[in-house]
Write a protein that binds this ligand. Structure first.
Ligand code: KG4
Ligand code: ZN
Length: 341
């Protein structure tokens, strides 16, 4: 199996990892949260500039931690889509430069495919077909995983991503960014049944969180006029509504489509309420559900390296003319590769 040096810079983490198949030799993640939190969200220009300042240090650290030199690396990978264009450009350009300098093949990786591969890193036994629920700051997707590069998009959000909803509701409640972990923590002291909220009425396996966000906003406005906000009860009621909605559609999709295994990924997969609901529902329906550890759920380069290693082993490499894309559907992931003969 090939050893890959992988770079991830699609959003606000500068990450570099060295991976051999499902074994992680090193994984460096430099988070930019402190730079973006005063703005309540990711500022694209700040993200690109900081990736540029940090990327070389992360590459050096990853190599040093792995104990390898360039001779031990078979290919260089980078996330090329989807994500912030300027941020993606930094990682991709670094990867292409290293590929040219050290005469290695370049492998472009789809960020969501990377999140799917995080589950392979966490679970040796996991094999397709399975259903992946991907819930992050930028995505809420139900993906049917058939094989490497072969995916079916079964459901997605029509407006805000789940993590985005957590971040926006946290702002409404005057909590810090990123909102998910704070809401999760504060909810432990709250009553999730105090405020019944609308889960979002959308057909099929799609989601919508904007109605829920508006409902919380109206409630907050009303409650403020009565005095101090019952923040913990509001946070718990919101979290419970999101967790129930995600669980309901994920389980329905798995049962309808005949998947016996569910893997979950993305930052929101860390949510304790979602984990509890999914675990209970999966048990009740005799389904297997895998939750990777938090460091593999949130953005990292190990998952990108794992996906790249699988593609590379199948002869999939990318041309150096490949560009970045802010929105490439996962069903078009094979457009990133030109086979080697
Ligand atoms: O996967 P990720 O690190 O980055 C993206 O690719 O977007 O996800 C970040 C998102 C943020 O919106 C954050 O609020 C959310 O994941 N998040 C959580 C929790 N931890 C992080 N949401 C709910 N509960 C958590 N415990
Ligand atoms: Zn991500």
């Amino acid at each position: 199996m090939p050893t890959i040096l992988a770079i991830e810079t699609s959003c606000d983490e500068t990450a570099v990892a060295i991976v051999n198949n499902r074994e992680v030799y090193s994984s460096i993640v430099a988070s930019q949260i402190d730079s973006h939190s005063p703005y309540g969200g990711v500022v694209p220009e700040i993200a690109s500039r900081q990736h540029l300042e940090t990327i070389n240090i992360c590459i050096e650290k990853a190599l040093c931690q792995s104990g390898l030199d360039w001779a031990g690396i078979d290919g260089i990978a980078a996330t090329v889509a989807p994500g912030l264009v300027g941020a993606l450009m930094v990682g991709m350009t670094a990867a292409k430069t290293l590929a040219i300098l050290h005469h290695k093949p370049f492998i472009g990786v789809h960020h969501l495919e990377g999140h799917i591969y995080a589950s392979y890193l966490a679970e040796e036994a996991l094999k397709p077909p399975f259903l992946c629920l991907l819930v992050s700051g930028g995505h809420t997707s139900l993906i049917g995983v058939k094989d490497c590069g072969d995916y079916e998009m079964l459901g997605s959000t029509l407006d805000d991503a789940a993590g985005e909803a957590f971040d926006k509701v946290a702002r409404l409640l005057s909590l810090s960014y990123p909102g998910g972990p704070v809401i999760d923590r504060i909810s432990q002291q709250g009553n999730p049944k105090r405020f019944p909220l609308p889960p979002g009425k959308v057909g099929g396996y799609d989601y919508s969180f904007s109605g829920l966000k508006t409902a919380v906003s109206r409630l907050v406005e009303k409650l403020r006029s009565f005095g101090e906000l019952p923040t913990a009860d509001l946070a718990a009621s919101f979290q419970e509504t999101v967790a129930r909605a995600l669980t309901k559609k994920t389980i329905a999709c798995a049962l309808d489509r005949g998947f016996s295994t569910i893997a979950i990924g993305g930052g929101v997969a860390a949510n304790s309420c979602l984990r509890q609901h999914l675990q209970t529902a999966a048990l009740a329906h005799n389904l297997q559900v895998y939750f990777p550890p938090l460091k593999l759920c949130t953005d990292n380069a190990a998952m990108i390296g794992c996906a790249a290693a699988d593609h590379f082993a199948r002869g999939h490499v990318s041309p150096l003319s490949l560009g970045v894309s802010s929105r490439l559907p996962i069903t078009e992931v094979m457009s990133l590769y030109a086979g080697i003969s």
